[in-house]
Design a protein around this ligand. Sequence first.
Ligand code: A2P
Length: 343
Amino acid sequence: QTYHVAVVGATGAVGQQMVKLLEERQFPIHKLTLLASRRSAGKQVSFKGEQITVQETTPDAFEEVDIALFSAGGSVSKQFAKEAVKRGALVIDNTNAFRMEPDVPLVVPEVNMGDIAKHQGIISNPNCSTIQMVVALKPIKDKYGLKRIIVSTYQAVSGAGNVALEELKEQSAKVLNGEAFTPEVLPVAKDKKKFQIAFNAIPQIDLFQENDYTLEEMKMVRETKKIMHDDTIEVVATCVRIPVFTGHSESVYVETEQEVNVEEVRQLLREAPGVIVEDNPAEQEYPLATRAAGRPEVFVGRIRRDLDRPNGLHMWVVSDNLLKGAAYNSIQIAEAYISKFKS
Ligand code: A2P
């Protein structure tokens, strides 16, 4: 069986990776529809040696689509995802639009693949920072139980889209050349102030909420509990944008129910699906964003027991935010859907 797949946001940082992965992984496609805003209508994108013309996203563009991969921002998903479902498509949505709705599964295949079966037409792909963290924590939760997570992130600009990537490139050149510039995109397009990202670290990703946490931080809190089916896990996050193009890094501290054994944790993680352990301090082996970029796995290292708490564990978790954090996780969901839940 082959499918008619649509990519919404096909010209964007994540959408481009989706198109590439559909080709590389030989997803069973008989037709690929590429959608974006009116600005991109008419652009050509190559897929399996053919040129496909990008179209404007409209409700009718979803006629006869079997699987629609959305990554064009929450408002586009809110406007069009239900139109796609109405026309018979399964929507896999990479935005924040529906993630916390009770009848929408929020899926990381290595953690809660079974939730796919409960879908009512839409399956959400979690936030990039949440995905890589829960992949690394799942084996630890299964073995020792999870009480508390304290995470600080070091997030790449590509998570804010192609305009943010361009801004980092241009600003970096201007700083080095001693030229003046006005920041225009980061930290958040829709907030009032903009700050320099080149050679800087900005402790704001998305808008501030009433509790003085940012939306990105609260996404990590809420989504982790939903994916792990456990509202009792205490989660707190500090999310920081740094001048890296691709690859989010995270310093993760966890407190487990049972006392942890570091060598056993390394072994559990080595055996865990989608995880690569890079952890040998004597040889300076640890995960790096520059090495994780372009690869689909989650890299874990710097695994060590807390100095004071026998049930405390620290680690460094790195993954390509556009791949496992977005496009690859969405394609994995689509592959799981067609193999397990469709036939
Ligand atoms: P376009 O390139 O036509 O603006 P990124 O995450 O890199 O910023 O990309 C966002 C993606 O979402 C792009 O493909 C962009 O298309 C698409 N997009 C933005 N606004 C809309 C809209 N109103 N309708 C459909 N697609 C949109």
